[in-house]
Design a protein around this ligand. Sequence first.
Ligand SMILES: [Zn+2]
Length: 79
Amino acid sequence: MMILFFGIRPGKTISIDLKQLKCPHCNQNDTLTGESTPNFFHLFWIPIFRVTTTQAVHCSHCKKVYYKEEFTKEMKAAF
Ligand SMILES: [Zn+2]
């Protein structure tokens, strides 16, 4: 009997430059970093196709993490 190994696994995270943006939480400039992680459908550990992309923005000053639903217009534009 053959066992199929499949599932969703994250790929390589890409950093996005958001230096021109201001953190809406602490109002600091140059503290935001965007991260985009593609999630791949894997079959036998081989990525077959991309299913979703996880996007998040971190503030190095107030440590707030913004998820896709909380992105400002400017953050969305940068991604
Ligand atoms: Zn902040």
